[in-house]
Ligand binder design. Sequence first.
Ligand SMILES: NC(=O)c1ccc[n+]([C@@H]2O[C@H](COP(=O)([O-])OP(=O)(O)OC[C@H]3O[C@@H](n4cnc5c(N)ncnc54)[C@H](OP(=O)(O)O)[C@@H]3O)[C@@H](O)[C@H]2O)c1
Length: 260
Amino acid sequence: MTSNAPRALITGATSGIGLEFARQLADEGYDLVLVARNEERLRTTTRALAAEFGITAEALVADLGTSPGIAAVCEVLDTRRIDVLVNNAGHGLEGLTLDTPPEKIRAMGTVLYDAVVELSWHAAHAMLERGRGGILNIASLAGITTMGPYAASKSATLVFSESLAGELADTPITVTAVLPGFVKSGFHEVIGADVSAYPSLAWVTAEQVARTALRDARAGKLVSVAGLQYRIAYGVGQILPRPIVRSISTWFRKTRQTSP
Ligand SMILES: NC(=O)c1ccc[n+]([C@@H]2O[C@H](COP(=O)([O-])OP(=O)(O)OC[C@H]3O[C@@H](n4cnc5c(N)ncnc54)[C@H](OP(=O)(O)O)[C@@H]3O)[C@@H](O)[C@H]2O)c1
């Protein structure tokens, strides 16, 4: 029998922020379609969520850094009812631009930006036909800085989300750009960044990011920032002259060589 429960598709749902979105939506009774590359971890995650929350959770193994991976997820968005799309999958890059092979930069940009554009396009068309739906794109506070190709991809995702939200303003479809600050997850480990010296004020939790984002999306907010410290940082970032943003970004990158 086909379930009438609302259904969410979440990319990068086996760890960190994506896993929190999956848990919170499952707790609300959503069925899930979860996307990631590591099949074993993905299947373990879907089984665990289905058992804990009594929902249906499907695994879709796809590498969003590749065209076939993106196409496989777009096909699901075209053919299945997806009420909420969370474009979350991604990873950073450690090191300065000129020390990083360009193909690594391109691969990161494909996951962080190209996949987000294509999945949003397919989801928005399908949601418009059904007259409802929500798209959440996980960008980053790095996207308002000039901290390297990662920040550039996140900035592009933020601008794309703002633009798409404008196009969909008179429709029931919402688009929300989520801008996390530093979150303890697999992210920093994957890129080999040492964040042990970061002060406790620098951190928000994945739970906080997902909860704030879902609340803001339902309130129709275009930009979601979790944590007072990061809401202040976002506000300051909107009014700081760009040369100052550039100077701070360059200093931070050269001293720490990592960004959220
Ligand atoms: N953590 C932070 O401080 C922070 C701050 C701001 C923004 N963000 C953003 O938040 C999002 C989630 O990051 P996180 O901190 O939760 O990281 P995480 O714990 O490392 O989780 C990343 C998830 O994305 C999946 N993934 C990575 N590359 C993929 C690909 N090519 N195709 C499909 N799935 C892929 C991973 O699974 P597989 O490895 O199995 O594919 C995993 O499920 C990212 O977009 C990141 O840029 C993170």
